[in-house]
Ligand binder design. Structure first.
Ligand SMILES: [Zn+2]
Length: 341
């Protein structure tokens, strides 16, 4: 046994010898982050929104240069490729046999349930246990891998780990007593965003809310996750739960109900979220970065320099949203200002 490897986060027994493990199941997010013409694990493209309002883009190794140019307005630097390419793939978190265990749920979900939701707008899911396990796996793995800075509460993460381990192990046989009840006890709202064919890449992969109810944007799905026995209120988040009642929460249900957002509402929701990245309150985050950037200088940024920083940041023409407020671009403007002194 190689003692240098940590223990697997799921079984806590074997060494975590799996490399290239996906935090989010490929079939779930590939429509959103893959190019339509490309298949394979290395063609991913996604955004992350930092708490400070900055955006970062995670890009897979084989995304074509043209696609990157379309989104970013320029090619990636070698440095960006190096730091971004592995953001959604992790090494040494799980063991090889647990990676296979995930497949016990991921494979049947992707082959039938996911397909029926996407192709036939299926909203009433009879096999609620497989669907629940699938989305619980996404949230749990995102948490143990700190994807996008995400972390569930310790007790909830631990509770979900037990469900994921037992559920994946027993899904092909009979569940032992109590497991079904545990799985059904978690209150979940699942939205499906109706998305026009060809517009899938407009959807988001990000976790904008890191406290209960947890909120995960997973391409054309939005997962709203509550802890069991918690006080349930519908989240006021743009128009996501507009005109809805607590009935949309699934808990101890017989048939799992997916809440559909039509194409117009889905598109408005995504646009509102993207626009919020421009919100004035994000400016204080950018200004903080500016003063941090000047820390090594003897004189902090002057008013004129601050004004020039904001002008360059906000009003430079022809820079796409994803690139405009990225950490890389902010750093570059700061270096430019320092060099101009
Ligand atoms: Zn394991």
């Amino acid at each position: 046994m190689n003692m240098d490897l940590p223990l697997c986060k799921l079984c806590l027994k074997n060494e975590a010898n799996q490399t290239g493990a996906h935090i989010l199941t490929h079939s779930l997010i590939s429509k959103c982050v893959n190019e339509a013409t490309k298949k394979g694990r290395d063609s991913e493209l996604m955004f992350s929104f930092g708490q400070d309002g900055a955006t970062d883009l995670f890009v897979g190794r084989k995304v074509s240069l043209k696609k990157i140019k379309d989104v970013k307005g320029r090619d990636l630097t070698d440095e960006e490729l190096g730091s971004n390419e592995n953001a959604i793939v992790v090494d040494n978190y799980f063991c090889r046999s647990c990676e296979k265990l995930f497949g016990n749920v991921e494979a049947p979900f992707s082959a039938s349930i996911l397909k029926n939701i996407r192709d036939k707008q299926e909203c009433n899911i009879v096999d609620n246990i497989t669907l629940r396990l699938f989305f619980i796996i996404q949230a749990w793995r995102a948490s143990v891998c700190s994807f996008d800075g995400f972390k569930l509460s310790t007790t909830f993460e631990e509770f979900l780990k037990g469900i994921v381990f037992e559920g994946c192990n027993q899904i092909n046989d009979e569940f032992e007593k109590g497991l079904t009840e545990k799985i059904l006890s978690i209150p979940i709202i699942l939205n499906h965003l109706e998305t026009k064919s060809g517009k899938e890449s407009k959807n988001l992969v990000c976790i904008p809310r890191r406290e209960e109810p947890y909120l995960l944007f997973l391409c054309d799905f939005v997962l709203q996750l509550y802890e069991p026995n918690s006080e349930k209120k519908l989240l006021d988040y743009y128009n996501l739960n507009e005109n809805q009642s607590l009935d949309i929460i699934n808990e101890n249900e017989e048939i799992f109900k997916i809440t559909l957002l039509n194409e117009v509402d889905s598109s408005n929701l995504i646009t509102s979220i993207l626009n919020s990245q421009f919100a004035p309150n994000a400016l204080s985050g950018y200004l903080e970065k500016l003063s941090d950037g000047f820390k090594l200088q003897h004189i902090p940024p002057t008013i004129a320099e601050t004004q020039r920083f904001l002008m360059l940041l906000v009003f430079t023409k022809d820079i796409p949203i994803s690139e405009r407020y990225s950490n890389g671009r902010i750093d570059k403007i700061i270096s430019q200002l320092i060099n101009e002194r």
